[in-house]
Ligand binder design. Sequence first.
Ligand code: ZN
Length: 505
Amino acid sequence: MILRLALLPFAFAASSAPSDAITPETAAQLARGTFHEYLELLSLPNDSVAPADIQKNVDWLERAFRKRGFTTRQLPNQGKPMLYAEWPVKGPAAKTVLFYMHLDGQPVVPSEWSQQSPWQPVLKKRNAAGAWEIVPNQLLFEGELDPDLRVFARAASDDKGPIMMFLAAFDGLREARLDPVVNVKVLLDSEEEKGSPSIPAVVKANRELLAADAIVVHDGPRHASERPTLVFGNRGALVVTLVVYGPKQPLHSGRFGNYVPNPAIRLARLIASMKDDQGRVTLPGYYDRVRLSEAERQVLADTGEDEAAIRRRAGIKIAESVGETYQEALQYPSLNVRGMAAAWVGDNASNIIPHLAIAELDLRTVPETPPEYLFGLLQEHVEQQGYHLVKGEPTDADRAAYDKLASLTIVSAGRAVRTPLESPLGQWAYDSLLETSAGTHPVRIRMAGGSLPTDSLVEILGAPFIIVPLVNGDNNQHTFDENMRIGHYVEGIRTAFGLLRTPYQ
Ligand SMILES: [Zn+2]
């Protein structure tokens, strides 16, 4: 009964039409109409280390978008093109939304998977003992669709599932003879799992083509509560290498102990001076710029996190006291030691005073405290502890002139981006999800803790973004046995359809 699509004439809907959510039953039928394609797409390897594989995925997806009536274009990117698609029917007064998803996937170690190949999707269901068991693919096509079935394959949920849900929503529009009430553009990244190194260049080269009033990202899992989820921002990451220099070369600790200062001890003291016992960064001005209104605090509390469970999972008794809750803690910049080294440990440890000690730091940034601001505070603090900062190995003249020598080197600097909760984009997405879910209030994540390559998209296009994650939280993305829950697939279609049919003022 579902579309094997011949081009049908379109019925044009007035752009002022109210959003009209589709029923779960209709969404299940639409899902069914895409499962053959979904399984086919999942059997195309998509690690972007192999440009030929990426090309196959792009070609396949280009056909899938075209047969639904999109115009498409492959955006050149050193043999790993990105796919651009655009819905040809425009409302002249309607806002333009750029939907961003990615077609590449994480690398795989096939031996870790409990199926023959991560590139041969299998359908599974939990048996009475709670173990996953392979069941016939036919269950996707016959009888009532079981929401607890799961498709296991690389990229099943990250991020090919959402691409297929998005296409299924267009199948639904076609069946209902409707058009979206926003102007639709689509960008499928081909290197997201490598950190989107090519996004800035590709977006700059196609700025006009990609121009939009807003960006919607369909990627990542829903909130742990499994309520419909909106993510309004994410922190950036400033990565810095801190080196404290000791003697010119490692020295015998018997002959020089009590005489030559040890850089490992100095580094330990320096790092310890950066945070207090409650885990708060002591650098003056680190948190001052972040102000949370009562309404924002309420939104943070509304996520309903089980703090005790988070601490139990982490294996800690007491959390650091930067924020009152887990969500509040993520609204501030952080300062973390991601690694430390001086000389050797274990069998190679020897009785020396090391010649240097290294700490790798990552400072999560927020919009109020961009990388250059936090780096400035860090530099000031290190200098205030009596250090003279050098660039690279100190010279003999440096060593003669200064007791304490250190260097601070920026490895990478990513910016945070955040869309205000009350912005038109935030309101539009919130209203749409609320309607689709028949009144279940969406979880609003003001800022996710991790970092995404959204900053260059947002900065270059000058458009706000919002993340609307569609997949199950326990999907094992980035590791073995990645899977997509069919119930989420069906609901994702409803969410995508709802967004396309909600007028955006
Ligand atoms: Zn992803």
